[in-house]
Design a binder for this molecule. Sequence first.
Ligand SMILES: [Zn+2]
Length: 412
Amino acid sequence: MTQEIRCDSLWYGADIVTMRAGKYHIIEDGALAVTDGRLAWLGARDELPVVHSIQTTDFGGGIITPGLIDCHTHLVFGGDRSDEFEQRLQGVSYAEIAARGGGILSTVRATRAASQQQLFDSALQRLQTLLAEGVTTLEIKSGYGLDEASELKILRVIRQLGQQVEADIRATCLAAHAIPPEFAQRPDDWISLICTRLLPRIKAESLADAVDAFCEHLALSPHQVERVFHAASQLGLPVKVHAEQLSAQGGSRLAARYRALSADHLEYATPQDALAMAQNGTVAVLLPGACYLLRETQKPPVDAFRQYGVPIAIASDANPGTSPALSLRLMLNMACMLFHLTPEEALAGVTTHAARALGLQDSHGTLERGKVANFVHWPLTRPAELVYWLGGQLPCTVIYQGIPREESLYPK
Ligand SMILES: [Zn+2]
């Protein structure tokens, strides 16, 4: 039987790294057909049906991967903390820096003082640097406002970024990032404000796709995190958590009970935490940039994640304090070197498993029929090269929703 397809564009002349089920699953000398921004057909070129395409591109070699996904960033903030970075390397302690008003609170002050436009402009620069490496989907959290108006301001900037760039941007409310200085003596009142005022407003204005919380002795207690998760769940907002980064607080197990999309950091997670995550479909998001910057020696329990089948994602955690990372590809290399992932696992961590960490597994993260046509052509011979080269920008052609991005990301 002769099959025929009509499509908007046809792409061939490269090996397709589909990342189906978290494996390379390479289709040698493959072809992709795109209709209405979705993959209408893909397979080996010599099995291609009769195609009527408006536009045809022959890549003439190389590989095609899914568009990369950075599922954990804090890209919207005022100022930066390069001065603290320098002070620390000159021997000034964290405690002294904090006593001088540094640390997260300095970012909070700068973020509150910045206008929406200023936050947008500075975040856009960082965002474009990340996107230029083949990233087509990216999550951004609030969390440096820590008052109602400033958290809303950040979430509006994230939505604005999503409208302005050729990438799928997901917004996460992280008002539960820390206790604001104004609430230092009555921290539970901040949690109440988040639960009864902020989250309902965010839900009503569709300003966030998920709700996150930082469960740690220097941030929120498990009980406070649970109050936030309970309120979010009542509103139908999915949750995720920063957990087990500096100590074992049980935040990842708590999040799993709320069927969290992901638990992130996890250096101090236990095999029991991994089991709870596996049973509830919670993705482990590993953040090697923060581990590296903090010179952390405790490593996440990767073997337990493998044993129980917890999907492992990798993200930049781009933030001004502990991970000023503007390269997701560098994180791939660091995940292999610091956490002993294989290059195939690392690549799955920024494609199929990262999509799951954002709740986008049905539409993003792999190259399969019906999914959004976000893919990248790299003039490379093997997918491991994406992990092997340390930083730098590799040449690539990014196709976003079936259209080459150079034409739209940087308009002439
Ligand atoms: Zn983070």
